[in-house]
Design a protein around this ligand. Structure first.
Ligand SMILES: [Zn+2]
Length: 190
């Protein structure tokens, strides 16, 4: 059985969470013994996570549609001591959704620009972004053994003052490349 990668720690030692009253069988017992399946209680809501990591003991993969609707601003700044920082802010107002990009200081190959997103593009972008499991990431990915190197920060502002912040220094979450591909897909970074 192919196991899903934990979006927090990258382990493949993950299980599917069974909800409700599972029908007991030898097969189910074996899967539970191997840690492929955990039984997650019978309370089923719309925001229950579907998977569990046996290594870092978190549940992951909650539906995020409702959160996506409430996003007001996305800010992403990958960069580093040597190459400088890129800075992307996408703001949703009552009038428009605008992405503003600032290249690293002193890099003549990248230019500053503004791009307007349609409401559909914005919602698709957010959905793709949340499908990188950003809500399941650790708050910080830090490798203390590297000096300088690269730092990055992702912050998302929701209505009612809620905020999600993820930060890294020379270390990255398992779905980092997938997330960079999302920014590329909508042509809003670099
Ligand atoms: Zn994990």
């Amino acid at each position: 059985m192919a196991r899903r990668i934990c979006p927090r720690c990258g382990s493949r030692n993950t299980a599917i969470i069974l909800r409700g009253m599972p029908v007991w069988s030898l097969e189910l017992q074996e899967k539970m013994a191997k840690g492929e399946v955990v039984v997650g209680g019978c309370c089923i809501t719309d925001c229950d996570p579907t998977h569990h990591c046996n290594k870092c003991k978190i549940d992951f993969n909650r539906p995020t549609g409702e959160m996506e609707m409430r996003v007001k601003q996305v800010h992403f700044s990958p960069g580093g001591y040597h190459g400088g920082y890129q800075d992307l802010t996408i703001i949703k107002t009552g009038l428009a959704i605008v992405a503003r990009y600032y290249p690293p200081y002193g890099n003549p190959e990248l230019v500053e620009y503004e791009k307007e997103l349609s409401f559909n593009e914005w919602m698709n972008f957010l959905h793709d972004l949340f499908r990188c499991y950003i809500t399941d990431w650790k708050q910080e990915y830090v490798d203390k053994n590297v000096l300088d190197g690269t730092q990055w920060e992702l912050t998302i502002d929701f209505d009612e003052g809620m905020k999600l912040r993820r930060y890294g220094s020379n270390d990255y979450p398992p779905h980092w490349k997938k997330m960079l591909a999302v920014f590329k897909k909508y042509e809003i970074l670099g």
